[in-house]
Design a binder for this molecule. Sequence first.
Ligand code: FE2
Length: 193
Amino acid sequence: MANIDRLRGFIAQTARIVERHGADEAATLAALEPELAALIISDDFLPAAYTVPHPQYYQQYLLYGDPQDRFSVVSFVWGPGQKTPVHNHRTWGAIGVLRGAELSTDYTKQDGKLIPGPTEKLEPGRVVAVSPTIGDVHQIANAYDDRVSISIHVYGGNIGRIHREVFVPESGAVKPFVSGYVNADTPNLWAAE
Ligand code: FE2
């Protein structure tokens, strides 16, 4: 059984951070990143239902959505070889790698085109951030073609409902995108141990 107390504690701490820092994105991320790093030291907090890959699509399981849409906590599960399209978020996000490893590539706009930066391998325990001010366009891939990778993401809004974009860097094509969530039920944060 999952150590749900650790997940509830992380969510409570995230709520305190967004309460304290409000729209100050840099202060929010600075306070949140060590909390996320502490959460992902162990995967004991994550119920098995939110670790299940799909044979074809990477999965986004909502773990918690703030009732005021100030933040959301999501489990991303990549099956072997799966990856996101190049996409943006339109809000801040912190990404913590829990299992496996991920390949992260940031993109920057130059002369109307999207230019990829270097691809970095993110190992378990690593936390990185995105946002419209520090760089909001990236692609994340499972680093492995023979196993599942999982990361925990925290965003400055309800990421499953935010209207954002996916990009095809080669053609410059832009498509509107709302990601949604694959789960109908969220973890019971109030369960007794
Ligand atoms: Fe992303």
